[in-house]
Design a protein around this ligand. Sequence first.
Ligand code: ZN
Ligand code: FE
Length: 255
Amino acid sequence: MPAQLHLFACLQDNYGVLVHDPSTGATASIDAPEAGPVEAALQATGWRLTDILVTHHHADHTGGIMALKERHKCRVTGPRGEAAKIPGIDLSVGENDMVQVGTLAARVIETPGHTLGQINYFFPGDNLLFAGDTLFSIGCGRVIEGTPQQMWQSLDKLRSLPGETRIYCGHEYTAANIKFAKTIEPNNAALAARTAEVENLRAQGKPTIPSTMAEELKANVFLRADVPEVAAAVGLAGKSAADVFTEIRARKNKF
Ligand code: ZN
Ligand code: FE
């Protein structure tokens, strides 16, 4: 049976999301920004928390783990490279490891850059990606621990996922990301379409995620560093995609 999803806001601009396996009742919280909203989401759905799948060690993704674990006795899975920095870890995982949530299976994709140990969870049976702070809609995470080259390689890996992949990211940053993307691709038609869609969703107080990989490939400038027009727009015609990405990321930091 397909996974069921429940998305909700946490903290300032974080997202929490529950992934539920209807055939076994297993339910995973993707990250745990804070316990309260996760508890409220469990109440609202009637689902029982069996797992927490952690993407990286930052406090806005891990702050709720211990309270949830104590109450629900759930299993906590997280990145091997950051296990020492994440409270309550039961299972450490790395590239291509499979994680079960009931009968749902997730493949671990290592995406260093934002943090060095960051991992994303891809559920091939449902074409679902939980991208943490690696990939946002029309944006990407700040490169805090890794190098821009590493971040580009991580994003490049995600680009090969199926176009219909639904992408759930860690934050609602889409409107701000669009403003920046337009400074580089003012004439990108897919970006214009996404802008209209996002304005409409935000006016109704709705989340702008998930988006799909096919949409992001067309509209997210951070995934388009190998497009000649994008390279030319940042004055780096003929340079490598990693160089172009590095320049785009640096501009976003100052934007
Ligand atoms: Zn983070
Ligand atoms: Fe974050």
